[in-house]
Write a new protein. Sequence first.
Length: 752
Amino acid sequence: MLNDDLFSITSKYINNTNRHVFLTGRAGTGKTTFLKKVFHSTHKKCVIAAPTGVAAINAGGVTLHSLLQLPFGCFVPAEILSDIQEIAIKISTPATILKEMRFSRIKLSLLRELELLIIDEVSMLRADLLDAIDTILRLVRRNQEPFGGLQIFFVGDLLQLPPVVKDQEWWIISKWYKSPYFFEAKVLKENPPVYIELKKIFRQSDQAFIEILNNFRYNRPSQRDLDMLNKTCQKFDEVKNCKDYIFITTHNRIVDERNNSELKKLESPTFYFEAEVEGDFPEYLFPVEFELQLKVGARVMFIKNDYSGKQLYFNGKLATVIYLERGLIEVEFDDNTENVLVEKYTWENKSYSLNETTGEIIENVEGTFSQYPIRLAWAVTVHKSQGLTFEKAILDLSGAFAPGQIYVALSRLRSIEGLVLSSPLNFNKLRTDQVVLDYTERKKDKVSLLENLKDDTFKFAIDQTLNAFDFSSLHRSVRYHLYSYDKIENKSIKKRYWQWAFDLAESFRVIKDVADKFIKQLNFLAYYSKSQGMQPLFERVKAAKEYFEPILKSYSTKVINQKLKVSAEAKKVKTYLNELSDLDMQFLQQIYKIKKAEAVICTTLEDGELLRMNFDASEIYKERNKLVMQTDEVDKKQKFKKKNAGVKLKSNEISYQMFSKGMSINEIVKERGLAVSTIEGHLLHFVRQGKIDINQLIESDKLDKILEIISKCNNPTSKEIKEKLSDKFSYSEIRFVLASIETNRIEPNALD
């Protein structure tokens, strides 16, 4: 089956069903390209995540740990660990996850609104962490279905790099899992994903080489395959100086040593190019070195495609540096295509949040990393070569330590003509985990996929419809909002509005009863739809949408108007306003579900596919946004008043303003009801700032007397000065003079 057919089937499974999907395929089959296409075209609220930081950056998403606050160490699907003692690593359970969860209100809203989670490079995701993800999502989404009812789209190749599991970790989790691969997770035993494998390879066209790779991939290489590959063996010394070969090996240390050694051999001067980092972009996410060291003659490899649209280079293309100066790198390609001046590329560290105004999930750029998208390329590790394509490469696989490493390395080449092995391949090192091979047998043929797709599409349409008109969750939220007024003290501002909440809950109970009766009709229509068609169901849903949508909008308006009223009437109500925003969002979410159900049934009737361009939910929010803007304006005014009120309430500022208007200290004391010493302390602050002239506070004869005493002493204290003066002088007057001297407003020897 062609990849185009499989891409189409996969896309329909994602958009027209709620089934989990696992898309796999050999290197070079277009998985990552398709993943990004799904993200930009699906009608579902969606985010991309990956097990590692580098994989997340490459996929344009976030790490699973940051998205879901995944625990580090091990997760075990049990509550009691009586047989595990003296373990030096952290072990999490469902109970500890519940105890340690600390999601913000915005993150909770995001995770509850999500409809699709794309997980890239799933081969590196461990089974125990996937069960931890399931546990978190069930708790956060208040839904005990697998993953809290969220659809998961898994993407990756299990026959490439496996999950990393330390010996001590495996000793623990092996009590619950047969292997560390994601498909062993308990949650997938309940609800296994649809397994779709891409066949067509875009990287290689040499059928003989493709067959060899395929045999290695599935642990069935023949002696003929080994003989053909081992014919490419050459001594390292014979090929190490070949200019257009890249050296691929298994360990970072070997790669760094070779690249640094070759760079030092070049006699041209070294140029240093530092990356530009803005915002939050942690060092462990850096896609290339922060400081790139280059010389003319250096071998480099591009690690990104040319995003100018000119297709001058691609990920993995090799070149030689021919010219350098500050801010300028020119390279010459091995394939004799046009030389290019390398431009910086900007990687983004993203996060996701929910736009509470539009209900959409938005990408936030937390930080950026800008650097030239090249790295030294005399050598590269197998791990960092993933996703790259080379015309010529020398493979040193003597240190291969995991199943799939050798397959990944071999599959980087376009053909066997460009391959050189530094040592013969050992068949024993090419063994693929049998548990993975057994799992690959689950893939379905095209006929089975299409038959299941039809059934799953119908089920999805029915489930979406029943869920759209099930107001139970919304009713619980309204009731809970009412009960929350009783959990606070009588003096709370929120208590004033109890009657409003009571009226809202009582009136909505009537609407919920109407919806419950309609659900019974829907169940009847759904039962007959599979045999008699969905047109009657569609007509009934369309009519119900026209009835319920304006009612739900009116409730949204009531909540927003209440928020507007509270903003104008009261202060210190941020938490209450957030509660109202959450409640309002749930009314709009119910409208969204109803409109989505209508669109899904319509698409099912037409045997089509629902995409983002066919479903625009923005209309739901337009009227409501006008009211939200009014609320925001009130909030701004309240904050402005609070800010100004805060300034006026500063006691020393008030005293200073009164003094500046000509009031004496005694008059300020009488007006404010404060002690003389307090007002004098206020004014002393402004004497030190040079805002009050000493002559405004002390008569000239007193000032002269104090200065005379100060001039005859060596750095006297106020107490020493007071002892030499009569009782007519106060400590405050002495401090005023000392403060003026400190600010150079007067000199201690002013009488000389």
